[in-house]
Design a protein around this ligand. Sequence first.
Ligand code: AKG
Ligand code: FE2
Length: 335
Amino acid sequence: MAALPIIDLREIGSPDELAAELLRVGKDPGFFYLVGHRVSADIFDVCRDFFSNTPLAEKKVYWTESGDKGYTGMRDESLAGKGNGDLKESFYIASEKICPDQQLPPKLQENREQIEEFISQCENTARILLEGFALGLELKSNFLSKHHGGKCNRLRLIHYPEVPFTAPDSPISTTEATPQPDTQTNSFDEKTDIRAGAHSDYGSLTLLFQQATDQGGLQVLQHGGVWRDVPYLEDAIVVNIGDALEFWTSGQLRSTVHRVVFPRTAAESGSRFSIPFFVQPDAEVLLAPLPLSGTRAEVEERASRFQCVLQEKGYREADPITAGEHLRRRLQATY
Ligand SMILES: O=C(O)CCC(=O)C(=O)O
Ligand SMILES: [Fe+2]
């Protein structure tokens, strides 16, 4: 059995059927494989070439204070909000349509058209899913998508550099030659280090692209506290619900915690690349319970569950926050 439920868009007969499926998997586990989608562009070559062939000093020129635009370096971010910093470097890209001023390094700039096409295909897929979720929640089909103008969406190219793998009772070994960026660190602690700390995503949905050669490491947290590996599935996008949809639905849709573990085997220890596309609501949108239908008791129950969701996300105040404020606070807590 696959690690996650699979939604195959080619097999879905109607918008209502898609809506029902999305609600089912969005409640539990909050993560699914999407196949039969129309994202045909592939930018993994561009991603690998950029990280492998751009000197660190040049990458650092594109670092910005914001935490969600440009370059982030090794150990800059702790997604779990604690620890020594995640073992990764990344580059955040906003679509040229909404952010024509964002300067890209030459290795990315020369492939800008391909990147834009990829973003546009991701946005089209996101719209189909947001419309499906809205219908499933018995709202007008554009109820969610109209709050996603695209300004806050981000494409992120991620590189988890190779780490030395120490097999039990053997000297330190590294896997065969993979690009070695100057990663600013050469000391690792397999007990405390992590590639991406446990976290939930902040926006509405994340479309995560894995390589066919993905060596593993991504895990989702299941009920009962058990971590489950999410391996590559052919032509699939790994989609997950983010905090915004969890807030809006008072937890009916689940923003599931996930992480990328420190390599457990020699096979996992090589460089890993992944590409998430973060679908985020417009900054001013309030993350308050949606006007969902139901009896008075159901509405009251939702209001009290909303308070629990706020607390679980670390908010002490009882009032909802905007998507922009949530993003700002999460970035502040992780950098
Ligand atoms: O690299 C991965 O597989 C997951 C990355 C992730 O969860 C994130 O960047 O939010
Ligand atoms: Fe994530």
